[in-house]
Design a protein around this ligand. Structure first.
Ligand code: PLP
Length: 440
């Protein structure tokens, strides 16, 4: 007899721990099945996945080509240790070199481990110790990657690992330097140079940044930010580590978000959209120079599941779906529609202070007052108005990612305009309810 959803949820709650939650408040949905941009819960409700789970299931749920590739690999070879050569491992490495313009990949199980290893490689290669990161960032939940993050999720693990130095972000809507587009001289880059000098350039191995900051507010940098940051790194022999775990692999319409800005990082880290979540995989992709150095120097790192054949096969199939199904073109097309809707919402609703977007990577920043920009919820907190918006979207079975005063829109890259419209209409209803609560 089929078990009830209630029973399944209860068993999950009784015997498993849910991330980032006070366990007694965890309220999981029982996901029973899924297809494309939709999933169904155990009560038969159909949900629109408007955040691609954790902004990772880029090709949508249950894509037949990825499923087929995994099944084929299961039959052929499930596992080989990390010192063995396998076909999917090499094919994937070659593809990653082609799409990033870098040289070689070291495989991990996810994004946090990729960043741990990127920082380790940068330290080995440069012989320097410190890593500069940004306050508004998330690099993963392992000790080093969590410390590297500026996100409040790092607070409970402090003091964390030594050697992390944080700088401010290119957050133009709330410029940390009090500048406006007219008065700005890119202090978000020039202050990093001052930090480098104060810390000692010879002590800094790398600057690690998210290609486009994701869960900390989706901060799209000004067009010249990356060229200036690249130049700064070159000036002091500092490596640029580009964390593309969330912003990479089609999310913004290119393989890497930094490709919009015409620069090449020294190291790219990836996970999420690398397999679209079908199996766990991360990658640290290094430049020619670093790969060459590693020819004669030890790579002090390894993982039992590095280069797992199933994950690599899933990634190869997933990357070919991006190309065969022209998903980046779809991102551009649907992204243009999304942008026009977001801009219209900014004009129409008093609570929408700013909208930021690149491809299908977007956010609405919500405020109590457009003039003062007072956030609709405090940093690291929530508010009755944000709770109202969340409850409305849930009642409409829209699975959405809301955090602090940000409402993200990051659907699978296979979404069509009708589906996008359906989700955005529900967002608009929610924004109208917020305006009503604010009495504006
Ligand atoms: N880096 C970024 C930019 C992320 O958004 C995330 C996860 O959300 C990570 C790293 C960590 O990835 P994982 O959860 O696979 O360890």
């Amino acid at each position: 007899m089929e078990r009830s959803s209630k029973e399944i949820i209860q068993e999950n709650r009784d015997y498993t721990l849910f991330s980032w939650s006070v366990q007694s408040t965890a309220n999981p949905i029982h996901m029973k099945s899924a297809k494309g941009v939709w999933f169904w819960d155990g009560d038969g409700n159909k949900w629109l996945d408007f955040s691609s789970q954790l902004i990772n299931i880029n090709v949508g749920h249950q894509h037949p080509k990825v499923l087929e590739a995994i099944k084929r690999q299961v039959d052929e070879l499930c596992f080989a240790g990390p010192s063995f050569a396998t076909e999917p491992r090499g094919v994937l490495g070659k593809k990653l070199a082609e799409v990033t313009g870098l040289a070689k990949s070291f495989y991990t199980l996810g994004g946090a481990e990729a960043n741990e290893n990127a920082m380790k490689i940068a330290r080995l290669y440069t012989g320097r110790n410190k890593i500069i990161t940004r306050y508004r960032s998330y690099h993963g939940a392992t000790m080093g990657s969590m410390t590297a993050s500026g996100d409040p999720r790092r607070w409970p693990v402090e003091p964390g690992v030594p050697g992390i130095v944080r700088v401010f972000d290119p957050y133009c809507y709330r410029c940390p330097f009090g500048k406006t587009p007219d008065s700005c001289s890119r202090e978000c880059v020039s202050h990093i140079e001052e930090v480098i000098q104060m810390e000692g350039p010879h002590t800094i191995a790398a600057i690690m940044v998210e290609g486009i900051t994701g869960s900390n507010g989706l901060l799209v940098p000004p067009d010249d930010y990356y060229p200036k940051l690249r130049a700064l790194c070159d000036k002091y022999g500092i490596l640029l580590i580009d964390d593309e775990v969330m912003s990479g692999f089609g999310r913004t319409g290119k393989w890497l978000a930094t490709q919009h800005y015409g620069i090449k990082p020294d190291i790219v880290t990836s996970a999420k959209g690398l397999t679209s979540g079908y199996l766990p995989l991360g990658a640290v992709i290094v430049s020619d120079k670093i790969a060459e150095w590693l020819e004669t120097h030890m790579l002090w790192g390894g993982l039992t599941y590095s280069g797992h054949p199933l994950s690599c096969a899933a990634a190869v199939a997933n990357l070919s779906v991006y190309e065969e199904e022209h998903l980046f073109e779809n991102v551009e097309q649907q992204g243009a529609y999304l942008a026009s809707r977001l801009e219209a919402m900014k004009r129409k609703y008093a609570c929408v202070g700013d909208v930021r977007y690149k491809g299908l990577f977007s956010v609405l920043e919500l405020v109590r007052d457009k003039a003062t920009k007072e956030p609709l919820a405090p940093f690291n907190g929530t508010s009755p108005e944000m709770a109202k918006l969340a409850a409305h979207l849930k009642s409409k079975h829209i699975y959405a990612f809301l955090r602090f005063n940000w409402a993200f829109v990051c659907p699978p890259l296979v979404i069509n305009q009708e589906e996008l419209k359906y989700g955005l209409d529900a967002y608009e209803e929610g924004l109208a309810l917020v305006d009503e609560m604010l009495g504006v």
